[in-house]
Write a protein that binds this ligand. Structure first.
Ligand SMILES: Cc1ncc(COP(=O)(O)O)c(C=O)c1O
Length: 389
């Protein structure tokens, strides 16, 4: 079956952040929203059918996670990523961010140091500080638009109080898919210093060309026994509003601590629609995802070509994974506020400000390309024209 990603559903008045919160977020409502990380594409037919069929039943009482539910994700991760998971390692959470917060609370103590690598998905900052842990930042190195982990700086900032690192793999917002070697280097440092790893791998299914996702838990025995990995069908299949994600905790000791707190918080029953969507996505999602990846890769190439041809001063990081492109406007020498204003008032687009992902995001913008290509093309044209004026 051929899926059509050129359709633009009308999302207005559905209480969706991306289209319905424009006035609050950008103080404008006549702009194209390319910010928050969901896509404008309809969820695939097999997910809609599963949800509709469940809705027809008309009784929406408490639900649990069936063997088939767990099998769907185990089969998917093995088939797509050669990643072996076991049912006993898995815990369902109502979202990845919630799950990471539980992990921080369960596995560290107030005052412990937790490292994140900036620029990075901005809730990581709040997850650490709002739980009264000490936030330590290891900036990524920007080497002509391609970002690397700064392993020597990482070694230099570790103290006796450093207990955990949170990574994004693939990395939102710089679009890197961390290679096996890079992850090995990171894991070695963690092992030498007894640091736990929180691996947010929510974007793992969205990688392009020869860039393959490496699950950090498969890097070594240490990584497996000292990590919690978060995955979900939410980004991949555009079902984030169904609030169903999963984490894998191979270590019995870490798992006990995590589940003890999870049980205290009592979020151990599922959402009836989230669970059926999750299962359908992982059971039937191959072909849809293959087509989505092809579509997104072409859109990313188009964006890169447009800037290279018409406005080479704007540097576009190569998109190895995610549908979030990282654009460097620093050559324009504008303040972050002025840059944002130009995007809203002149280009009529709503992007995510680079500075919100960390201080070293200044001068950058993140553009979500999970919309029909014509929308992206039109938006990039307006950005280029607005800057050239
Ligand atoms: C790296 C990363 N983690 C987590 C999330 C959100 O996950 P959830 O909605 O399951 O909390 C996002 C959404 O943009 C993300 O990019």
């Amino acid at each position: 079956m051929q899926y059509n990603f050129d359709l633009l559903p009308n999302r207005k008045d559905t209480n969706c952040f991306k289209h319905d919160a424009l006035k609050t977020v950008f103080n404008a409502d006549d702009i194209t929203p390319l910010w928050v990380a969901d896509m404008d594409f309809e969820a695939p037919d097999f997910i809609r059918n599963a949800v509709t069929e469940r809705a027809r039943h008309a009784v929406y009482g408490y639900t649990f996670f069936s063997d088939e539910f767990y099998k769907s994700v185990i089969d998917w991760m093995y088939k797509r990523h050669n990643y072996t998971l076991k049912t006993s390692w898995l815990n369902v959470t109502p979202g990845v961010v919630t799950g990471i917060s539980v992990a921080i609370m369960a596995l560290t103590n107030p005052g412990d140091e937790i490292i994140i690598q900036s620029p990075v998905y901005y809730p990581f900052y709040d997850l650490v500080t709002s739980n009264n842990r000490e936030l330590i930042i290891n900036n990524l190195c920007n080497e002509s638009g391609s970002y690397k982990m700064d392993i020597s700086h990482l070694k230099s900032i570790i103290t006796d109080k450093t207990k955990m690192i949170i990574i994004s793999n693939p990395h939102n917002p710089v679009g890197r898919v961390w290679s096996e070697n890079e992850l090995k280097e990171l894991v070695e440092v963690c092992e030498q210093n007894n640091i736990m790893i929180i691996a947010d791998e929510i974007h793992c299914d969205i990688t392009f060309g020869s860039y393959n996702y490496t699950p950090i838990a498969q890097i070594s025995d240490y990584a497996r026994e000292n990590s919690i990995t978060f995955i979900a069908p939410s980004k991949t299949f555009n079902i984030a509003g169904l609030s169903t994600s999963i984490c894998s905790i191979p270590s019995e000791q870490l798992r006990d601590k995590f589940t003890t707190l999870k049980n205290r918080l009592h979020f151990d029953t599922g959402n009836v629609f989230g669970t059926v969507a999750f299962e359908a996505a992982y059971k039937y999602g191959d072909e849809w995802l293959n087509q989505l990846l092809d579509y997104l890769q072409k859109s990313a190439q188009m964006v890169t070509n447009m800037f290279a041809e018409h406005l080479p001063a704007v540097k576009v990081s190569s998109l190895e994974g995610t549908y979030l492109m990282w654009l460097d406007f620093s050559a324009l020498n504008m303040s972050d506020d002025d840059l944002n204003k130009l995007m809203i008032d002149k280009a009529k687009v709503g992007l995510s400000q680079g500075i919100s992902f960390g201080k070293n995001g200044t001068g950058f913008m993140r553009m979500n390309i999970g919309s029909p290509r014509a929308v992206i093309e039109d938006s990039v044209k307006r950005i280029i024209e607005a800057i050239k004026q």
